[in-house]
Design a protein around this ligand. Structure first.
Ligand SMILES: [Zn+2]
Length: 378
């Protein structure tokens, strides 16, 4: 019943700024738009594809660097839909990507760009999924990778990164992680993640990879809203760009965050501020907001929903009973729908929740006590 996915591969002709539309020749600008940077308004750029056909997603070539990413299953969840007051709920199982998360869609074009630029080392700051994915795609591309992380990285992610031959460097905290990548970038490494403050997001080549997710979602029927776990907003931004290119209508993009960051910016705070908070939802932690995330919410008339760890755990258990073991930050998307449903905002609507990673994957540390165990007969 799903339509053909409308995707075209084409080399980009340049870049433009998400915030001020400034046009630049193709290049890699780790500080984002130079004009916005001069005004101290960090903003990411996007790829421009001159002469691209309308109504299609245009992706940059990956130069054969692929592990089979994309084309993930989208399954219906009628019981969960009814509980949230939705007409239809579809779950996009992004953990079916080769290294277990949506990040693979980003890694393929990023590594192609790194190789095209003649980089010999790819540097990244990661709490888990991005590092696992980038290390694997670097190995596939024949490039060395160095992943900077903090003590909170789960053992599964460490094993997965080391298995590729990538170097894993542990530093004290997120700030030190970004400093480490910044030093490597200054020495000529290709930066495959954000490392700047105020944060920008990832190189636009990587973000373009997420446009394919928008095409896949739209091929199963354009939803009213898409729920996206959000840290720096790479996925959110890529989805916005994808739905814009498709031109079939814009779903409301809902950013899910573990403590108020975007929610505070939408309420009037400056996106360049720091928004500290602690969370077990490692994939969407951190104290920064990006312009690209804010832009995606504004352009899609979307919103941000805060889901604390307790609500994310409850949603993780609920999904488990539906046969789906999501990582905590992915389950948070389903919890966000309960919040919006309780506000009566979802009646009869079709939502897609992007389940970015699996609970059985690299990111969730095993818990000492399984909540299910306590309920069974002893
Ligand atoms: Zn700009």
């Amino acid at each position: 019943m799903s339509e053909q996915i409308a995707v075209q591969i084409q080399s980009p002709s340049g870049l433009s700024c998400l915030r001020c539309d400034f046009a630049l020749p193709l290049g890699d600008h780790d500080a984002g738009c130079p004009r916005c940077a001069a005004e101290e308004h960090a903003s990411n750029l996007r790829l421009v594809f001159r002469g691209a056909a309308q109504g299609r997603i245009v992706l940059p070539p990956t130069g054969g660097i692929s592990l089979g990413e994309g084309g993930t299953p989208q399954v219906e969840a009628p019981d969960l839909a009814a509980e949230a007051g939705l007409g239809r709920l579809s779950l996009k199982l992004e953990w079916c990507n080769p290294t277990g998360s949506h990040k693979d869609r980003m890694s393929a074009p990023l590594l192609a760009r790194a190789r095209e630029r003649g980089a010999t080392l790819v540097a990244a700051a990661s709490s888990g999924n991005a590092g696992v994915s980038l290390a694997a795609y670097a190995a596939r591309a024949g490039l060395a990778a160095e992943i900077a992380t903090t003590p909170s990285m789960p053992d599964g992610a460490r094993r997965a990164i080391r298995a590729t031959g990538a170097r894993l460097v542990e530093v004290a905290d997120t700030a030190a992680r970004w400093e480490h990548v910044g030093r490597l970038a200054a020495e000529g490494a290709f930066a495959a993640t954000n490392y700047r403050r105020p944060a920008l997001g990832t190189n636009p080549f990587g973000i373009a990879g997420y446009k394919a997710l928008a095409a896949e979602i739209a091929a199963d029927g354009l939803p009213d809203l898409v729920v996206v776990p959000c840290a720096r907003g790479d996925l959110l931004s890529g989805l916005l760009l994808g739905f814009q290119e498709l031109g079939r209508g814009m779903p409301r993009l809902v950013a899910v965050e573990p403590f108020p960051r975007l929610a505070r910016v939408l309420a009037g705070a400056d996106y360049r501020e720091s928004f500290p908070g602690r969370t077990a939802q490692l994939s969407i932690g951190g104290d920064t907001v990006t312009f690209q995330a804010l832009h995606a919410l504004r352009e899609s008339r979307g919103t941000a929903v805060v889901v604390d760890d307790a609500a994310a755990r409850a949603a993780q258990m609920r999904l488990g009973r539906a046969g789906l073991h999501a990582e905590l930050s992915a389950a948070a998307g389903v919890a966000a729908l309960s919040v919006l449903g309780a506000e009566g905002a979802l009646t009869g609507r079709h939502a897609v929740a992007v389940l970015t990673g699996s609970g059985a994957g690299a990111m969730d540390a095993p818990t000492d006590t399984n909540p299910f165990d306590q309920r069974g007969p002893r």
